[in-house]
Design a protein around this ligand. Structure first.
Ligand code: NAD
Length: 417
């Protein structure tokens, strides 16, 4: 069966031309309706993520639902000023003239999203599209089918299809959508598929934001507070069972503190998930058997310091620390995207900088150190999308910071303005 989304696109384009979606009052009302529907269906959203990959209700509430609601609140509060024409200076040679930048909606936006934060990664770009006065077609990930269903239902309950619609499906549906000429594309997913999206967008010269992944380093030097570092690294890595695009992918630790840091990490993992993480409802599952099998092969790399047990039927992989890893190991050749943390060691920060800069520019970077000069050096000498000093992930929670990658980890950014 050939799928054709031409009719849907034509209806949205037609509706966009009425100018309704661009009115500030209309946008604010739409955001408030979306918020109310989300609040009303909070329980169903939490149940869907639990079914999809055992995500705990508390984590869904904080990292998915509240994240989306905060984004709506920020947009509602600031929309008038964000959308207002921006007055800029005029050269004296054009004395008496005034210059302004007027912001206008793109038109019909396509949002393609990933499964790992399946609610937030679909709704937040939709909030951006609505806030900027666009119509929108959303395509959630087929790998989280229960969330895809509830997202589709929330959009249907909130808006007429000619304004905002959801299309469920996988490669076939996305390919059919990409044949259409959208006015803007917002994509979240792997770098491999990102290239396909970029090519399809180029066919129509459609601007696209590409939110992709990669190997995000976490460096710990010999001045870092070991207990705090271990706690924040273990949290950032094993949250969502490591299936977070900005999770620390691997550790590079100063040789002098590797042994005590590994010890502190083991204690933190135990403090978070206990002796039996498979029984802890705060610890979720790997999304699919394909990902489970891919991750399981990495357990043969280096030496297991702690963890390493698996259960294929349950798609369970224990939080695992791997030592004696080198850059030649298979685990260092691709983004891990799972609860396995390989640990490398270093003696000279210059070597670390050169090694990271010899690979694709990372989506995130974390540096644990009390040395202000070293902190400045990392910020100055290593390009990365976003990151933190002495913590992990927190930059993504601040809507006043743009979120996005650089090079192969992403093009463009979003969140907030
Ligand atoms: P994916 O690339 O497999 O899928 C992403 C989307 O693309 C899905 O909606 C899917 O249906 C669609 N798709 C898949 N194959 C396609 C094809 N051949 N043609 C057209 N569309 C296709 O990614 P995923 O497994 O859902 O997510 C994991 C990846 O996403 C990781 O690399 C992770 O780092 C990245 N990610 C990035 C961010 C970010 O904000 N930068 C957030 C979450 C995940």
């Amino acid at each position: 069966m050939t799928i054709n989304y031409g009719k849907l696109l034509a209806s949205q384009r037609n509706w966009f031309s009425t100018g309704k979606s661009g009115e500030i009052g209309f946008r604010i009302k739409a955001l408030k309706i979306l918020k109310q529907t989300i609040i009303k269906r909070t329980d169903e959203i939490m149940a869907a993520l639990e079914k999809d990959f055992g995500k705990s209700r508390f984590e869904t509430f904080t990292s998915e639902i509240m994240a989306a609601i905060e984004e709506i609140n920020l947009a509602v509060k600031n929309l008038h000023s964000w959308a207002a024409p921006l007055r800029v200076k005029t050269p004296i040679t054009y004395f008496k003239a005034k210059s302004r930048i007027y912001y206008e909606p793109f038109g019909v936006v396509l949002v393609i999203s990933a499964w790992n934060y399946p609610f937030q990664l679909t709704i937040t770009p939709l909030i951006g599209a609505i806030s900027a006065g666009n119509c929108c077609v959303v395509k959630p990930s087929e790998l989280s089918p229960n969330t895809s269903k509830i997202v589709t239902s929330i959009i249907r309950d909130s808006f007429p299809e000619e304004y905002c619609a959801a299309v469920e499906g996988g490669i076939e549906e996305t390919t059919a959508l990409l044949k259409e000429k959208f006015d803007f594309i917002h994509y979240t997913g792997s770098t491999r598929v990102g290239r396909i999206i970029a090519q399809a967008a180029a066919e129509h010269l459609t601007p696209a934001v590409l939110e992709m992944g990669g190997k995000s380093p976490c460096i710990v030097d010999d001045t870092a507070d070991l207990k705090i570092s271990a706690r924040r690294i273990a949290w950032g890595k094993f949250l969502n069972a490591g299936q977070t695009c900005v999770a620390p992918d691997y550790l590079i630790v100063h040789k002098a503190i590797k042994a005590p840091l590994l010890q502190a990490l083991q204690e933190q993992i135990k403090a978070f998930y206990g002796d039996a993480p498979e029984k802890n409802s705060d610890y979720c599952r790997v999304i699919s058997q394909r990902h489970f099998d891919r991750l399981s092969t990495f357990l043969k790399n280096g030496a297991i310091v702690s963890g390493g047990t698996t259960d294929r039927d349950q798609l369970y992989i224990e939080p695992t620390l791997l030592d004696k890893i080198s850059w030649d190991d298979p685990i260092m050749q691709e983004e891990i995207f799972g609860p396995i943390l390989p640990v490398l060691e270093y003696e000279d920060l210059s070597e670390v900088i050169a090694t990271i800069n010899g690979h694709s520019k990372p989506l995130a970077l974390y540096f644990f150190s009390k040395d202000k000069q070293a902190q400045k050096r990392i910020l100055r000498e290593v390009p990365f999308g976003g990151g933190c000093i002495n913590t992990t992930l927190m930059h993504t929670a601040n809507p006043h910071l743009p979120f996005g990658g650089v090079g192969e980890s992403g093009i463009g950014s979003y969140h907030g303005r």
